[in-house]
Design a protein around this ligand. Sequence first.
Ligand code: NAP
Length: 288
Amino acid sequence: MKVGFIGLGIMGLPMAKNMVKSGFNLVVYNRSMKPVKELNAIGVEAGSSPRDVAMKCDILITMLPDSPDVQEVVLGKGGVIEGVKPGMILIDMSTISPKVSVEISEVLAESGVEMLDAPVSGGQKGAIEGSLSIMVGGKKKIFEKCMPVFKSIGKTIVLVGGNGAGETVKLCNQVICAINIVSMCEGMSLCRRAGVDVEKMIEVVNGGLGASNIIANLAPKILEGDMAPGFKLRLQQKDLRLALQLAEELNFSMPVTGLTNQIFRIAEGKGLGEKGTQALIEAYNLLG
Ligand code: NAP
C-alpha cells in the first residue's frame, strides 16, 4: 500500500517520518522544498504536485493549516481531485471547519473516494514521539482499514462519529486548551506582579488540582524564555475562530471562548502569530 502525505510542517514532517519508520511506502509533497528534501534524503519519493501524489497512492494524508488550504490542495487546479481513482481514501488530519470537511467529503464521494477527518492532539512532542491522540470522523469500515496508518503516528485513536465529527471534537479540544493557556498566563503574570517566585508557583500548582498538560509543556518554555513554535499562536487563534463559527451555526453561546479569541487576536496583532502559543505571556507582559 502506497501512502501520500501533503503538508510537511511542524506536525506533518515528524508524522511522515514515523510512518516511514513503521514501514510505509510514502510519496510526499509540500509547498516549500526543505522538508521534502529532508525526506528525500532518507529515500522517500517526492511528488511534483498534489495531483501527482494522488495518482501514485491508495491512501492520502493532508496536514495543512486551514480550511482554504485543504480546499485548494484537494479541489483546486492541479489538486488531489485530478489524480484520484475510485476506492482511494483521503485522510485530512488538519484542523479545519467541520462544515468544509463535510463539503469536501461530498465532492470526493462523486469520484468514488472515501474521506476521514482525523485531526490530532498532542502537539509537536506527540508528533515526534508518535503518541498523538487522533479523533476520527467517517465510516467505521474506512476507519478500520486505516487503523495501521493511525497506529504508526498515534496512541489514542477514537472514531467519534460520521464525517465532520472529528473536526468538531478537535475544536472542543482547542477551546479547552486555549482557555487553559490564557488562565496559565494570567496566573503566572499575577504571581510575578506580586513578587512571588513563579517557578515555585508552577511546581506546586502542577502537583495539585490545577495541573494540566498545557502547564507541564508550556510553563517551562515560558520560564526559559523559549518562544519557538511547537504550535503557532496564529493557528490557535484560527481554531478559536472556527469553534466560534461552529457555535454561531448552532446558535450557541461561548462567552469565555469569545473573550479568549479576542486575547489571542490582540497577541497576533502585536506580531506574536508566528511564535508558539506560550508567547501569549508576552501580551500580558505588555500590560505591565
Ligand atoms: P505548519 O508548521 O504551518 O505546517 C503547515 C505545512 O503545510 C507547511 O509545511 C506548509 O508549507 C504546508 N502548506 C501550506 N499550504 C500548502 C499548500 N497549498 N500546498 C502544500 N503545502 C502547503 O502547521 P502545523 O503546526 O504543522 O499544523 C498543521 C495542522 O495541524 C493545522 O491545521 C494545525 O492547526 C494542526 N495542529 C497543529 C498542532 C501543533 O502543535 N503544531 C497540533 C495539533 C494540530 P510551507 O513550508 O510552504 O509553509
